[in-house]
Design a protein around this ligand. Sequence first.
Ligand SMILES: [Zn+2]
Length: 80
Amino acid sequence: MLSCKDVTEKASDYLDHKLPLRTRLGMRLHLFMCVRCRQYLHQLHTTVRTLSLLGERRQASEQEIESTLETLRHKDKQQP
Ligand SMILES: [Zn+2]
């Protein structure tokens, strides 16, 4: 059976679905019995999700800036 150390080391890969089936099942079994690792994984999951949402938002605003700049460039060209 996996130890708490194993679970914390593999937590990121587990959330990314990168672990082989056998290891995943071991993780699930451990998480079923160990409340600390469950909490750890939950926090990690929340952190990863928040960071990815922030990343998406930043990317969107960069796209908005680019499209706004593009619109301004076109307006410049249209003026006599
Ligand atoms: Zn544990």
